[in-house]
Design a protein around this ligand. Sequence first.
Ligand SMILES: Nc1ncnc2c1ncn2[C@@H]1O[C@H](COP(=O)(O)OP(=O)(O)OP(=O)(O)O)[C@@H](O)[C@H]1O
Length: 407
Amino acid sequence: MNSDKIKIKAEYLTKKFELLPAKNTKNKARSLVSSSNKEDQDFWALRNISFEIRNGECVGVIGLNGAGKSTLSNIISGQISQTTGQVEINGDVSIIAANAGMQGNLSGRENIRLKALMVGMSNKEIDNKMDDIIEFSELGPFIDQPVKTYSSGMKAKLGFSIMVHQDPDIMIVDEGLSVGDKTFVDKSRKRMFEFRDQGKTILLVSHDMRTIKEWCDRVIWLNYGEVKAYGTPEEILPEYNKFANWFKKLSRKEQKIYKDKQRQKQMDYSVNQLKKDVLSEDPNMSEAEKQEVTQNLKKNKDSHKLSLLSKVVVWFCLLGFIWTGLVSISDTRLIESIKHPGEFLTERLFKEKKSSEIKSSDVIEIKGSPVAIIDFADKKPQHTELAMKNGDQSNETIQQLVDGADQ
Ligand SMILES: Nc1ncnc2c1ncn2[C@@H]1O[C@H](COP(=O)(O)OP(=O)(O)OP(=O)(O)O)[C@@H](O)[C@H]1O
C-alpha cells in the first residue's frame, strides 16, 4: 500500500451561507426582481481551507461550536458544495458521514437499502448484508419504524452500522459515536481500529479530545471558519486546550465580544479578500500560478438562486399569464392581441364596443362565435351585413345570430 498517496486534497475552500433570505417562495420571488438582494447577509462558514490527507491517515477535526467542522465534512462527503476551491478525492472511494443523508420518512431497513444502493452495492449484496447491519445496529424491532421517530443515538447507530458494512476507503465520522451508549461505542471503536489498521483513511469530527488523541495521526483545528492549526495531536491538542481554557475563563461579556468580533469577520469576508490572502501567502508566484489560483477561486453558483435563464422563463410565463387574462376580459382574440399588441393595449382593452365605433375590419363575438363585420354603409350602420370570418356559416345563420343577440 502506498502510504504517500493523497486521498483527500482541499484547496482554497470557502463556504458562504446567506443568512437572509431563507429558502422560501417569497424570497425566490424577490430574487426575480433583483440578482443581489441588499438585505442578504453573507456568512462565510469556511474561509481559505487547504489541506491534504494521505492514505491510511486518521485526521481529526476539532473546534468550538460553529467553527465549521460539519460544514467541512459535508463538503468532503459531497452533501453540500463549496463556494470556492477544489476538493479532490483520490481512488475509488465511498464516503459516508455516519448520521447524514438519512431519509426520515423511510424505515431503518429502507434507509439501509437506499444508502447502500447510493454507493453502488447491488440488491443481492445488500440482501446478504442486511441481517448483519441490523444486528450491529442493535435496533431490533425498531428497524421497520420511520427513521424520523428515532432518537439521535439510534440514528447514529444505524448510520454507523451502514457505514462499516459498506467497507468504504474513506470514512467520515461526524460526532457519530458520541451519542451512542457505551456498549455500542466500544464495539464501534473496535471496528474503527480495524479499519485504521487496514490502512483506510478516516476523518473524525469530534469534541472528544480523548478519542482524537487516541485515534488521530493529525488534527485540523478550525476556528470561526479558518484553519487555526494543522499538525500532530501532540502539537495541536495542548494549544487547543490552552485556547479552550482561556476562552472558558473569559466573562460572559468578554466571550460575547470575542464571538461577535470573529463572526463579524466571517460576514465581512469576500472572494476578493480570499484572493488577496492566497496571493500574499506566496509573493513569488508565477503568472501561470496566479491564473490557476484565480481559476480555483471562481465561485460555484448558489443553487438556490435563480439563473438568468430561469428568470427569463419565469417572467415570460408570468407575462403570458397576465396577457391571457387581459385578453379574456377584452373582446379581442389572443392571436390578434399578439399581432397588434400596441393597438390591443391602447384601443381595445377595457373598451366597450358601441355599434357606432365598429369598423369594417372588426371581429366581434356573438353567442360565442367570432363574426367579422365586412361592410358598413356609414359609421352608424342602418342594417348589418355580417359574415363569419372563417365562414362556414351562411349569411342567414349570421343574421339569426345577430337577431338573437339584439333581443
Ligand atoms: N445552512 C446554513 N445556513 C446558514 N448558516 C449555516 C448553515 N449551516 C451552518 N451554518 C453556520 O455555519 C457555521 C458553522 O456551522 P457548523 O455546523 O459547520 O459548525 P460545527 O463546527 O460543526 O459546530 P458544532 O460543533 O456545534 O457541531 C455556524 O455558525 C452555523 O450557524
